[in-house]
Design a protein around this ligand. Structure first.
Ligand code: NAI
Ligand code: MG
Length: 358
């Protein structure tokens, strides 16, 4: 098993080091190879996603990614900016399914944006389609308006589109994920207004025929946004398009407490994938040793489960994380009175210690 380790910028190297430490503590055989990405790669090689880094990511079974970006690169031309690295990796590796679990750990209920009784025990999974939709549809651009009341005025336009195979493959991913969880899929659309999402709804319904053991519900995106704050525990797996998924997954993140707790996975058709925390490079706290490494450690657990076929090791990491939280250890972002504040390294060490005493 080969893991490409791409720490990136800001807090990336600090949090990835802790995840690597935890992986080593599992006593499984991995080959891990590190390469620069993002601003770090721009400094080292003049490009945010150098050829050698891309090659490593392509040949590995999985990519463990930290974060990229820093304000100091804001003036670079777009193709050289650190964030292009993650877009390039998604495209080159064909990563079309983005998994974002939103889990509210009992000990962190108080940190949620919602009332404790609404989020206690929350465990939902948002699956966002990552390569289609209005973010990539052509044509797009600016022009003189060809018709209508504002004919001749400047206008801008994008194209929303999904092909049947694109919807089918993400629907299969969602139904298969639901089979391993609560056996319910909520497909989020805007079928009442958009042809693209009427089509989405039709195709998801067709695929559902192959999964009679999983319940399928359809929900309009505006209602889904409301239900996520009203009764989030009613969901199990949510599957939706690129734009709706972008928005709903950030909304769901706030149900759980801290962005420092949220892992993510982006998978391709061979179940190879890229695993990264949901947060960015946090330049405001970089180099201080205070960042929360748990999102990255939990991303490594997802990597074991989805790409490396090591579900048991994944369970071990997740229960070690629960146990350090139960012990009262907290990084600054999840600290509250009566708990013990620790830094990035101490948190990683505590997870390793918890693994050893399982
Ligand atoms: P951010 O997620 O980096 O930070 C937002 C806030 O959350 C900050 O106050 C930060 O200190 C805090 N935070 C984030 N992760 C934390 C952790 N593990 N522990 C404790 N606190 C944490 O988002 P922001 O500030 O909007 O972006 C910073 C840079 O990251 C930008 O250059 C942005 O483009 C990039 N970015 C990169 C992503 C990626 O690599 N996939 C995703 C999102 C942003
Ligand atoms: Mg977003």
């Amino acid at each position: 098993m080969k893991i490409a380790v791409l720490p990136g910028d800001g807090i990336g190297p600090e949090i990835v080091a802790e995840a690597v430490k935890v992986l080593h503590a599992l006593d499984l055989r991995f080959e891990m190879e590190e390469a620069p990405v993002g601003g770090a790669a721009y400094e080292a090689a003049g490009h945010p996603l150098p050829e050698a880094t891309l090659e490593l990511a392509k040949e590995a079974d999985a990519v463990l990614f930290g974060a990229v970006g820093d304000w100091k690169y804001d003036t670079l031309e777009r193709r050289l900016r650190p964030e292009q690295a993650i877009l390039g990796l998604r495209k080159e590796l064909g990563l079309f399914a983005n998994f974002r679990p939103a889990i509210c750990y009992a000990e962190l209920t108080h940190a949620s944006s919602l009332k404790p009784e609404l989020v206690a025990g929350l465990d939902i999974l948002i699956i966002r389609e990552l390569t289609g939709d209005i973010y990539f549809g052509q044509p797009r651009g600016r022009r003189e308006s060809p018709d209508g009341a504002f004919r001749g005025a400047q206008e801008a336009f994008d194209t929303m589109r999904y092909s049947k195979p694109e919807i089918e493959r993400i629907a299969h991913v969602a139904f298969q994920a639901a089979r391993k969880r609560g056996k319910k899929v909520t497909s989020v659309d805007k079928a009442n207004v958009l042809e693209t999402f009427q089509f989405w709804k039709d195709v998801v319904t067709e695929v559902h025929a192959q999964y009679p053991d999983v319940e399928l519900e359809h929900m309009y995106v505006d209602n889904a946004a409301m239900q996520l704050v009203k009764a989030p525990k009613k969901f199990d797996v949510i599957v939706t398009g690129n734009m709706f998924g972008d928005i709903l997954s950030d909304e769901a993140a706030m149900l759980t407490g801290s962005i420092g707790m949220l892992p993510s996975a982006s998978l391709n058709a061979d179940n190879r994938g890229l695993y990264e925390p949901s947060h960015g490079s946090a330049p405001d706290i970089a180099g201080q040793g205070v960042a929360n490494p748990l999102a990255t450690i939990l991303s490594a657990a997802m990597m074991l489960r989805f790409s490396l076929n090591q579900a048991e090791a994944a369970d071990r990491i997740e229960s070690a994380v629960k146990s350090v939280l139960a012990q009262g250890l907290r990084t600054a972002d999840i600290y509250s009175e009566g708990t013990r504040k620790v830094g990035t390294r101490d948190m990683g060490d505590a997870v390793v210690a918890a693994l050893r005493t399982q």
